[in-house]
Ligand binder design. Structure first.
Ligand SMILES: NC(=O)C1=CN([C@@H]2O[C@H](COP(=O)(O)OP(=O)(O)OC[C@H]3O[C@@H](n4cnc5c(N)ncnc54)[C@H](OP(=O)(O)O)[C@@H]3O)[C@@H](O)[C@H]2O)C=CC1
Ligand SMILES: O=CCS(=O)(=O)O
Length: 253
C-alpha cells in the first residue's frame, strides 16, 4: 500500500526536490505552495508516476490551512508524512535596522504556518498511531550570525516545537524530526534579498553549497527509517561551511 506525504513549499527548492524524490519512491503526494502555475506544472509532471493532489495555499492563512487539511479527499486523507518545509528569510539587516513587517512575515510563515499545518494533521496521526512530522528548521536556529536575528529565532522555535511535539506524542507511535540544513542554493537568498539576483547569486559563487537534492535525499531517508527509529534532529552543512570565532569588540574599533 502506498504511503502519503504532504509537502508544504513544494514549488521550489527543498520542497520541490522532496516532491520528486518521494514520488519516485512510490509515495502518493499532497503538494502545497502559493504559486499555482508552478504547483500545477509539478503536479502534471509527477502524476505520471504517482497520485498527486495539489493545493494552492498560503500557510499563513489559518482557516484556509485547517479547511484544506480537514477536507482532504481519499486516498490523501490519511497522511503518513507531513514535511513542514514552507518558509523564508527576509532581509539581513541588523536588528536595529530591520523591517518589522519582514519579522512578522517570518514568524507568520515559519512558526505560525508550521503550527497550523501540524495542528490540523496531528490528531489523525495520533488516532491512527502512525505518522511522521518532519520539520525543516535550520542551522540558523542553533547558531547566531549577524543579520540572522528574527529568522534564526523563528527556526529556534521550530527546533523546540519539534522537541516538545515529541514529548506530547510519546507512546503514540507518531515520529517527529527537525532537519537543520546549512548553506544551500535554492531560491532562499533571492527571496531574502527581495529579488536582487546578483546579490543572491554571488553568495554561492565559488562554493560547493548544498543542493535541494542533498536535503531531499536526507529527508526521504529519515521518512523511511523503521517505525521504532526516531531521528530527533539532524544538522547538515556543506563541507565548505563551519563556524566563525567569537568576536571581541575593542574600545578603539
Ligand atoms: N536554502 C537554505 O540555505 C536553507 C533553507 N532552509 C529552510 O528550508 C525551507 C525551504 O526553503 P528553500 O527551499 O531553501 O527556499 P525556496 O525559496 O526555494 O522555497 C521556499 C518554499 O516555501 C514556499 N512558501 C514560502 N512562503 C509560503 C507561504 N506563506 N505559504 C505557502 N508556501 C510558502 C514557497 O512557495 P510559494 O512562494 O509558491 O508559496 C517555496 O515553495 C524554508 O523553511 C527555509 O527556511 C533551512 C536551512 C537552509
Ligand atoms: O536557513 C538558512 C541558512 S542561512 O542563510 O541562515 O545560513
Amino acid at each position: 500500500m502506498s504511503k502519503t506525504a504532504i509537502i508544504t513549499g513544494a514549488t521550489s527548492g527543498f520542497g520541490q526536490s522532496c516532491a520528486k524524490k518521494f514520488a519516485e519512491d512510490g509515495y502518493r503526494l499532497v503538494i502545497i505552495g502559493r504559486r499555482k502555475e508552478r504547483l500545477d506544472a509539478l503536479a502534471n509532471e509527477l502524476s505520471k508516476i504517482t497520485d498527486v493532489h495539489a493545493i494552492s495555499l498560503d500557510v499563513r492563512e489559518r482557516q484556509s490551512v485547517l479547511d484544506a487539511f480537514y477536507e482532504l479527499p481519499a486516498p490523501f486523507n490519511q497522511p503518513d508524512v507531513l514535511i513542514n518545509n514552507a518558509g523564508l528569510a527576509l532581509g539581513l539587516e541588523p536588528a536595529h535596522k530591520a523591517n518589522l513587517d519582514d519579522w512578522e512575515d517570518m514568524i507568520d510563515t515559519n512558526c505560525k504556518g508550521l503550527m497550523y499545518c501540524t495542528r490540523a494533521l496531528l490528531p489523525g496521526m495520533v488516532e491512527r498511531k502512525r505518522g511522521h512530522v518532519i520539520n525543516v528548521g535550520s542551522m540558523a536556529g542553533n547558531w547566531p550570525y549577524p543579520g540572522g536575528n528574527c529568522y534564526g529565532a523563528s527556526k529556534a522555535f521550530v527546533q523546540q516545537f519539534s522537541r516538545n511535539l515529541r514529548s506530547d506524542v510519546h507512546g503514540t507511535g507518531v515520529k517527529v524530526t527537525n532537519i537543520e540544513p546549512g548553506f544551500s542554493k535554492t531560491e532562499f537568498s533571492l527571496v531574502r534579498f527581495k529579488g536582487d539576483e546578483n546579490r543572491a547569486d554571488s553568495l554561492y559563487d565559488n562554493t560547493e553549497h548544498l543542493t535541494p537534492d542533498d536535503i531531499a535525499d536526507i529527508i526521504l531517508w529519515v521518512a523511511n527509517t523503521p517505525a521504532h527509529v526516531n531521528v530527533n534532529t539532524l544538522e547538515v552543512m556543506p563541507t565548505c561551511q563551519s563556524w566563525s570565532p567569537l568576536s571581541i569588540h575593542k574600545a578603539d574599533d
